[in-house]
Ligand binder design. Structure first.
Ligand code: RB5
Length: 149
């Protein structure tokens, strides 16, 4: 399994910890690679554009709170980014929202707790059915937005 992963300086430590913890996953790490201050949108977009282009199916992005990263990720067409603060949210974001990007707050969550969230997110699958109809409606919003721009 290959997952794109990116963070700003606020999420750098957690990104590194996730990569070290999940050794069975091949991470495409787009940076940042140190704790020097940087802008989360630069790294979030790198992960999300790879998903948009079909180079990757899933991504994990981390900033300090996860808020900026989730706002940025969800601006990119085709991205369904879910900021998850617990395992339940992680599971539901896959089962109901078919989230293709997991967003975490590096300054919000304890490392071990974040690992559980990542694990649950990876182990959960989209349920289709009525949830597909809802995802389709989100896609229609994207199309309407494009047409009104
Ligand atoms: C960076 O200081 C911080 O603002 C960023 O990591 C994130 O929390 C923004 O939402």
């Amino acid at each position: 399994m290959k997952i794109g992963i990116g963070s700003d300086h606020g999420g750098f430590a957690l990104k590194k910890a996730i990569i070290n913890r999940f050794t069975d996953i091949h991470f495409d790490d787009v940076g940042t690679y140190d704790e020097e201050s940087c802008d989360y949108s630069d790294y979030v977009s790198k992960v999300c554009y790879k998903i948009q282009k079909g180079e990757l199916e899933y991504g994990i992005v981390v900033c300090g709170t996860g808020i900026g990263a989730s706002i940025a990720a969800n601006k990119i067409k085709g991205i369904r980014a879910a900021l998850c603060c617990n395992e339940f949210m992680a599971e539901m974001s896959r089962r109901h929202n078919n989230a293709n990007v997991l967003v975490l707050g590096g300054r919000v969550l304890a490392e071990e707790f974040s690992f559980k969230i990542v694990e649950r997110w990876i182990d959960s699958s989209f349920e289709q059915g009525r949830h597909q109809r809802r995802i389709d409606k989100i896609h229609e919003l994207e199309i309407a937005q494009n047409n009104s721009a």
